[in-house]
Design a protein around this ligand. Structure first.
Ligand SMILES: NC(=O)c1ccc[n+]([C@@H]2O[C@H](COP(=O)([O-])OP(=O)(O)OC[C@H]3O[C@@H](n4cnc5c(N)ncnc54)[C@H](O)[C@@H]3O)[C@@H](O)[C@H]2O)c1
Length: 321
């Protein structure tokens, strides 16, 4: 029986596939390899996965009706992990339709695929810390009411949780939704601040700091996330059939501390340009992680002082800088 991972060429998806394959699982990965950021990076991640015998990849757009069913027969799938999405808060201002397509229509197709999968034990799907809206009263708890999205991206992630609940109620599919908090690390995402700061600093270019640097993010290291994911995949919820967990670090870090960590790892100080807060951005993210701790021993240990140098080393090696 197979684990189907959507968004397999993405940052979190490729790390998860590697961990599952290393543990001897059979994994089918799909991704549409879109150009929101450079597809060359997505291809390079896939090249790493192609080394494993248990991996099969298909370029497939989950928003196309019936596309997943052409890749794999639903009855052969044991677990679905939906990580495919149009990510990023700021891009949802420029290109809202990409979010409707991947995060709503695409996710509906994943739900329909899962409904048809007679041997499915668990559907795990990505939500986001952005569902909590623009708040400064953290830590944010899963039971908080989430009705004030600050961006269309956040609205589609809240919708994903609601769509999931309706399929749990109607069809009894066990599901786990994961609210990720600013995940970072090697093979990361070029649209995220830690990547942009590294790129600019190593090239001697100034960096832009929005909201005068007065922003806090609960940076969560990819290895901590993947270790949780590999446990969650085989831990379907028992009683409620639908669980939602915060996967953060529970240690919000100021943007200026992130800049310092990147500067130290790069060995260069950045020239800084201060700009107003951008549309859609939230001031703070801060996860209460006690639910995940109690349910499956989630215990993120990596600080940005440890994790950022690993990313910068990977970046220098990948781009030969
Ligand atoms: N990285 C984070 O900090 C973070 C935080 C909160 C939530 N998330 C969520 O976690 C998931 C994974 O994020 P990531 O950081 O790996 O992002 P990513 O952009 O690196 O990965 C997403 C992948 O999905 C693919 N994709 C997008 N639309 C698709 C479609 N219609 N059909 C098939 N493939 C499609 C993309 O090509 C990409 O490779 C996403 O759902 C994202 O919203 C991530």
């Amino acid at each position: 029986m197979t684990i189907l991972v959507t968004g397999a060429a993405g940052f979190i998806g490729s790390h998860l596939c590697r961990a599952l394959l290393a543990a001897g699982e059979q994994v089918v990965g799909v991704d549409n390899l879109n150009d929101y950021y450079t597809p060359a990076l997505k291809q390079a991640r896939l090249e790493q996965l192609a080394k494993f015998e248990g991996f099969r990849f298909s370029q497939c757009d989950i928003a196309d009706d019936g596309a997943l069913e052409k890749v794999i027969s639903p009855d052969t799938v044991r677990v679905v992990v939906n990580l495919a999405a149009q990510a990023g808060v700021r891009y949802s201002i420029e290109n809202p339709r990409a979010y409707g397509r991947s995060n709503l229509t695409g996710y509906l197709n994943v739900l329909e695929f899962s409904r048809a999968a007679k041997n499915l034990q668990h559907l795990v799907y990505a939500s986001s810390s952005s569902v909590y809206g623009d708040r400064t009263d953290g830590p944010f708890v899963e039971s908080d009411i989430v009705r004030k999205p600050s961006s269309l991206y956040a609205a589609t992630k809240i919708s994903g949780e609601m769509m999931s609940q309706s399929y749990v109620h109607l069809y009894g599919i066990p599901m786990t939704g994961l609210r990720f908090f600013t995940v970072y690390g090697a093979w990361g995402r070029p649209d995220m601040a830690y990547w942009i700061f590294t790129e600019k600093i190593l090239r001697g270019q100034p960096i832009k700091l929005f909201a005068a640097g007065e922003m806090f993010r609960d940076f969560t290291y990819i290895d901590d996330i993947v270790s949780a994911l590999t446990t969650i995949v085989d831990t379907p919820p028992k009683d409620s059939l639908h669980e939602i967990y915060n996967l953060g670090n529970s240690k919000p870090t100021g943007l200026m501390d992130l800049v310092t960590a990147v500067e130290m790892a790069c060995g260069q100080e950045a020239e800084k340009i201060y700009l107003p807060k951008q549309m859609g951005d939230v001031s703070e993210t801060f996860a209460d992680i006690s639910r995940a701790q109690a349910a499956f021993g989630y215990d993120p240990k990596t600080t940005i002082q440890d994790g950022i140098p690993v990313f910068v080393d990977w970046y220098r090696d990948f781009y030969k800088i």
